[in-house]
Design a binder for this molecule. Structure first.
Ligand SMILES: [Zn+2]
Length: 91
């Protein structure tokens, strides 16, 4: 369902989940730490921008599709999708 998320590891000291995300275009892996309650909400259908309102667009993109910054630049140049387009794409 979300093949770009390779692994999830709970970090008790900081109460975070560390996700291992693999870019589907280049295969580079990236670690992303998120709040476990928010991650749970997102997995259960909450829109990513509601579950993670403070997350950068780059990290949201990694979470949703796994696409890394380098591949974004290569494919789309400076034309990042707006939040609205991400909402529509995820729905
Ligand atoms: Zn990439």
């Amino acid at each position: 369902m979300r093949p770009h998320i390779l692994d999830r590891a709970y970090i008790a000291e900081t109460d975070e989940v560390e996700l291992t995300i693999q870019c589907p275009s280049c295969g580079n892996e990236k670690k992303l730490k998120v709040n476990p309650d928010k991650l749970h909400s997102w997995f259960n259908g909450m829109l990513v921008q509601n579950a993670f309102p403070d997350m950068s667009s780059s990290d949201r993109e990694a979470l949703i599709t796994g696409t890394c910054d380098e591949c974004w630049e290569m494919i789309f140049g400076d034309a990042r999708w707006s939040t609205d387009e991400i909402i529509n794409r995820e729905a």
